[in-house]
Write a protein that binds this ligand. Sequence first.
Ligand code: SD4
Length: 323
Amino acid sequence: MAGKDLLAVSANTKIGSVNKPVVLSTWSFGKEANAGAWETLGKGGRALDAVEKGVMVAEADPKNHSVGYSGLPDRDGRVTLDACIMDENFNCGSVMFLEHIVHPISVARMVMEKTPHIQMAGQGALAFALANGFEKKNLLTPEAEKIWRDWLKTADYAPQVNIEEKLFEISKDPLPGGPDNHDTIGMIALDASGNLSGACTTSGLAYKRHGRVGDSPIIGAGLYVDNEVGAATATGVGEEVIRIAGAHLIVELMRQGASPEAACKQAIERIVRIRPEKAKQIQVAFLALNKKGEYGAYCLRQGFSYAVRTGSEETIYKAKSVY
Ligand code: SD4
């Protein structure tokens, strides 16, 4: 990432008028995804279309080993994907534990629009996708497979009480590409009509147990949108996000008057309060946007950045952190 556009602040200040359209995404790779979203938002298009198109950029990127195609696999070598999407009318759709599909976000949207359901998982979700024209593809690229095979050399498959602790210690077990290349993309947007939507998509924690599902496809945890109030999304260790229903919590805090950054901070502080020891060892980050187009973020550990696009301006911010 270019150092010059990495600002050590984490909230905009345009209060009193609505800052729209605007789109923000987790991590610095969100910059390319925002550009994808801007093709829709910049023309006055709908936030829902923008966030779907935007995160598809990350899902298809072979250099991104944490989302979609070329995501790092679970410990059995299987790439399993989680994604969800939510619009301005509380419509939402989700897929989890989905294999072989490059764009899980579009399957999630199809669940939302073509079924009476919200969540679909595993083989059933795959069958639904294939029946609706999605193509089956091997998502494990040679590069991701090599990274996994290198991990296997030291991986301990024997069941242990604290094996998850070991896997979650991001700082001790950095993934290739550095600290900005290991996580979910969550994207939230406010369109020219003043409507909010969001999308969240991931291959989840690398080397997770086969069948593990994180926060990213859980409405209210990895993503939540209330068009009267705002939207929030999450990245990091999903178990801790689910435990506090993170994205929903942040939206409710904004409803009570908190700024986006203050709401994210309170959610992070709740994680610290309920799991103080674990909180020191993992990363969780939240990103929020309110109805006025104000945005902000907060994270547990230093190192979380996020990308914001407003008009022709594209900025990568570094979020404030507890540790
Ligand atoms: C998850 N929040 O599955 C997602 C992404 C992740 O390290 O694994 N981040 O928990």
